[in-house]
Design a protein around this ligand. Sequence first.
Ligand code: CIR
Length: 255
Amino acid sequence: CRFTRAITRRPAATIARGLRAIDLGDPDLTLFERQHAAYRAALEAAGVAVTLLPPLEAFPDSVFIEDAALCFPGLAVALKPGAPSRRGESAALLPDLEAAFGRVVGLPETASIDGGDILTTDREVLVGLSARTDAAGIEALAAALAPFGYRVRRAETPAGVLHLKSDCATLGDDAVLATPRLAAAGCFAGYRVVETAGGEEAAANAIRVNDRVLLAAGFPRTAERLDKAGYALTVLDLSEAAKLDGGLSCLSLRF
Ligand code: CIR
């Protein structure tokens, strides 16, 4: 599908309090802002009109806006972020979703589900169970999407990996980019899989935006594989987001 719009959120001045699995040092706000601007410019160059929302200082991780909502052309679902410090991001985003979509589908309070665990492909919505996304979250999403004709399938996010999409990306046309560890789990039967190169697992959090694939810098062998497979690449330095386990997909809602 072709995307026409994206919603992003400016990083908060409180960004250094963001969650991370391993402490590689705090992100630098000024550099983060510069990298975020380059990311927005790359989305625009791919043909998408980008909305930039103001920072939310009460939510250090709110720049990773993908975790708070799931968007399709004409349909938005307010999600239930699984980390306690991020739970309120969804309600904070609601007015902006309502402005963009008119109506927003909600999920029950008993559900936990992060957008980072949701991979939308042309044929289905694949959702990974993770430390942030539980079975109740996946069931609630499946029930919410059924009336709109979207099929939800459950997968397992690899152990120790934050989100399903930390390890995969949709490339369109029944193709995915995936780490060997996720591909080996068998959830991509029927898809063409481009595997990330050894030691380049973090390259898997890429995004296909219309005719381009946006990829993080520092993964030359995976870039070469994608290039050989015929994808037009835009490579972006996202060092500051990476310090908080964030990548390309987390920084926008695309629809
Ligand atoms: C978190 O741990 O929630 C943030 N520091 C990173 C979220 C990354 N989001 C994503 O992959 N969708």
